[in-house]
Design a protein around this ligand. Structure first.
Ligand code: NAI
Length: 327
């Protein structure tokens, strides 16, 4: 039998954690041949709740579950981690300034980056879900100098999946008929869901939908879907966020399908004019456990302006993080 993969999940007692852990251990993330050893990290006051979730995980009698350990110490939690899902973060409270938000999250993602650097497995793959996800991933990566930077990623797969669903509904097609959608930039309201390269059953999406729908409905609906879910559900998206985290890691490990790409926020190598080192969403393929940015796409003027707007928000966040001494 295969050796268990060590999967560390932070914020394990939160609502995404509750939707995520069961699917990890069911085999949806790493495949049904890989046993899972969970290491859960929580703040001390939520350890008891995480223990309750662990009791439920035991009660599922998942054949792949090789053990669960719960910690309130990052160093211990990331020991030996092959996959690290950084879900716990400090949310923006009413009236909170960006500097305060970044400082609070720097206080979480700096020590977690250091702990990953100190003790994670050599092949560790890190996905940051907790917001502001791109910049939290940037902070963690800066504090893990011994881990290749490309192992730090942030999640825009939920935005990608939301875009697939919107385009499929509009065109009366199935999500599986769609190829080559892209989310660019920051996981925030400035993100750019780009269908200029997308096809639906091989037909260019731009020939199937009118430009006004793209500008006035598609882009804002995808970018503001999180707020719409809160409004409707009374709490933020959890199961769909957990699902996207499963998808992100599954694609990273198993690869993208032939003739398609997906979206993930990865460390920029300067492609498409995105400053090197920023954690920004790109069209990406995965193969052999590594992401590659799809090269050579033609970017029209309207797309260029939207990408630049989102990237400049990332630059501002990065500069703020440096000014605050968080890296
Ligand atoms: P939640 O508030 O239900 O759970 C967060 C959990 O993290 C809590 O149990 C809390 O105790 C824990 N936590 C806080 N600081 C921690 C630390 N230093 N170490 C370990 N655990 C810590 O929140 P929820 O709904 O589970 O969301 C988690 C994060 O995911 C939020 O930041 C949210 O904004 C973000 N998110 C990101 C999405 C994306 O597409 N990238 C989509 C949806 C949510």
């Amino acid at each position: 039998a295969q050796a268990p993969a060590v999967v560390t999940v932070t914020g394990a007692a939160g609502q995404i954690g509750y939707a995520l852990l069961f699917r990890i251990v069911s085999g949806a993330m790493l495949g049904h041949g890989t046993p899972i050893r969970l290491r859960l990290l929580e703040v001390p006051q939520a350890v008891k709740a995480a223990e309750g979730t662990a009791m439920e995980l035991d009660d599922c009698a998942f054949p792949l579950l090789a053990g669960i350990d719960i910690f309130d110490d990052a160093r211990a939690a990331f020991e030996g981690a092959n996959v690290a899902l950084l879900v716990g973060a400090r949310p923006r409270s009413a009236g909170m300034e960006r500097g305060d938000l970044l400082s609070a999250n720097g206080g979480i993602f700096k020590p977690q980056g250091e702990a990953i650097n100190a003790g994670a497995a050599d092949d560790v793959k890190v996905l940051v879900v907790g917001n502001p996800a791109n910049t939290n991933a940037y902070i963690a990566a800066q504090h893990a100098p011994d881990v290749p930077r490309e192992r730090f990623t942030a999640m825009t797969r939920l935005d990608h999946n939301r875009a697939l669903a919107q385009l499929a509904a509009r065109t009366g097609s199935h999500v599986d008929d769609i190829r080559h959608l892209t989310i660019w930039g920051n996981h925030s309201a400035t993100q750019y869901p780009d269908l200029t390269h997308a096809t639906v059953r091989g037909v260019p999406a731009t020939s199937l939908v009118d430009p006004a729908w793209v500008q006035d409905t598609f882009i804002p609906t995808v970018a503001r879907r999180g707020a719409a879910i809160i409004e409707a559900r009374g709490s933020s998206s959890a199961a769909s966020a957990a699902n996207a985290a499963i998808d992100h890691v599954h694609t990273w490990v198993k690869g993208t399908r032939d003739g398609d790409w997906t979206s993930a926020a990865i460390v920029s190598d300067g492609s498409y004019g995105v400053p090197e080192g920023l954690v920004s969403s790109f069209p990406v393929t995965a193969s052999g456990g590594e992401w590659s940015i799809v090269q050579g796409l033609e970017i029209d003027a309207a797309s260029r302006a939207r990408i630049d707007a989102s990237v400049s928000e990332l630059v501002e966040e990065r500069d703020a993080v440096h000014a605050l001494g968080l890296v």
